[in-house]
Write a protein that binds this ligand. Structure first.
Ligand SMILES: Cc1cc2nc3c(=O)[nH]c(=O)nc-3n(C[C@H](O)[C@H](O)[C@H](O)COP(=O)(O)OP(=O)(O)OC[C@H]3O[C@@H](n4cnc5c(N)ncnc54)[C@H](O)[C@@H]3O)c2cc1C
Length: 390
């Protein structure tokens, strides 16, 4: 497998289909993403023209067998995320949101009519979706959300503001989580419904090749048929996040791999004190630590992926995967940036782009702290999200 950093021969554990998926996404990233992505990042634009190609190649909703999905394993889905993020976290964020936060809830909690209406278009890339959970005052604690849905005959009236929403201004539909008299519920809100707007968030220095925005809901009337019938309670948006966090655990490996391979080739070429810097022990120590952490992250992702294929994973395993792999990816990116010296801050190389992207990846889908607390609760039995709560 070309360009696959594979110290422990993990390649041998993949199926032929998974290797083929790897190669397909790898080639797509080399041909379509790498040549343009630094420009898009600099302009602060998402390469929207790639969405239909990604749909056509089976990257969206790829684990589904129905509605046009490719029916791939969770490991193959992980490899899609890994390779896309080797290109840029923005592209992987798009696929994570579309697959895990829009297609997954419609498939898992939606009505037959909703599945037939939305899934084929979302899987082919003809429709784009977003997921509105976070609010200006409620990030790590989404259960406190202020967005409300009130039933009025056969319609729901939605009011509230969602913040930091990936894909918001390019979405055809939004999965909106809102409080009702019957607990938190999910609604499919379509662009064009009166009172629905999606102002873009500007001035980001991270995930610049990704669209992030608000969702403003002002007396938006949503028909009852657009409510997700199988989801009542905070548990359901959190189930979506578990899916997305799994893909992020793999995606982080991709940016780490790109930073590591860039640092290795740079160290071999860059001459200081008359020798390539790769000959210095301090540089070798940095590279050795990078490869070790990268390899451990690969094993964690692969093993959780196989457990997920058998339905034997837990959300705490996925918290560990997301927390660890993003942490090591950020450390690898920072070390690679250091090895590249001044070139480490230039967009001529991918490292600084990955590094600043990973700052967002560390925060979204549960911050590193929140996943630490998930594991803390698993270990001790005590919740420490709010240590002041009896
Ligand atoms: C680029 C980007 C894209 C995003 N896309 C989406 C999207 O598509 N949909 C969506 O719904 N959301 C999205 N988000 C929002 C993201 O999920 C939130 O930013 C995240 O949950 C953190 O919330 P917050 O920013 O409000 O930080 P806060 O919750 O305010 O946290 C601030 C700090 O306090 C810490 N903290 C919070 N609670 C505790 C605690 N109990 N114990 C210890 N420390 C704590 C946090 O770890 C963090 O360090 C996105 C964010 C970004 C940056």
């Amino acid at each position: 497998m070309k360009d696959f950093v594979d110290f422990l021969n993990i390649n041998a554990l993949f199926t032929d289909e998974e290797r083929l998926v790897y190669q397909t996404v790898h080639d797509f990233v080399e041909k379509e993403v790498k040549p343009i992505i630094a420009d898009y990042f600099e302009k602060g634009e998402f390469p929207l023209h790639l969405v239909k190609t990604m749909g056509g190649l089976g990257f969206l909703g790829s684990t589904l067998n129905e509605y046009g999905g490719a029916g791939l394993s969770n490991v193959a889905y992980g490899l899609i995320n890994q390779e896309l993020e080797r290109g840029d976290s923005g592209l992987r964020s798009f696929v994570s949101v579309q697959s895990s936060l829009v297609i997954y809830p419609i498939y898992t909690f939606g009505s037959e009519r909703q599945k037939e209406k939305y899934l084929p278009g979302l899987i082919s890339g003809d429709l784009i979706g977003c997921f509105g959970l976070t609010e200006p005052d409620y990030g790590s604690n989404p259960g406190g959300m202020k967005t409300r849905a009130v039933k009025k005959g056969d319609r729901w009236i939605l009011n509230g503001t969602k913040m930091w929403i990936t894909n918001s201004s390019i979405s055809d539909i939004a999965i909106i989580w809102a409080k009702t008299d019957d607990g938190i519920q999910g609604f499919i809100v379509e662009r064009g419904m009166q009172g629905f707007s999606t102002p873009e968030i500007k001035h980001k220095l991270s995930l610049r090749a990704s669209v992030t925005g608000e969702i403003v809901l002002e007396d938006v009337e949503v028909p009852e048929e657009n409510r997700l019938p199988g989801a009542k309670g905070l548990k359901y948006p959190l189930m979506c996040l578990t899916q997305a966090r799994y893909g992020i655990g793999w995606g982080a490996i991709g940016s780490a791999m790109d930073c590591y391979t860039t640092a290795v080739s740079y160290a071999n070429e860059r001459v200081q004190f008359d020798v390539p810097i790769a000959r210095f022990q301090l540089v070798q120590k940095k590279l050795a630590d990078m490869l070790t952490e990268l390899t451990k992250a690969q094993l964690l992702a692969f093993h959780v992926g196989r457990l997920k294929d058998k339905g034997e994973h837990t959300h705490q395993m996925i918290s560990m995967l997301k927390m660890n792999n993003v942490r090591i990816a950020l450390n690898i990116a920072r070390t690679a940036r250091d090895i590249l010296g001044a070139n480490g801050i230039s967009l001529e190389y991918p490292v600084i782009r990955h590094m600043v992207n990973l700052e967002s990846v560390k925060t979204y889908e549960g911050t590193e702290d929140i996943h630490t607390l998930v594991l803390g609760q698993y270990i001790t039995g005590f919740q420490a999200f709010n240590p002041f709560k009896k």
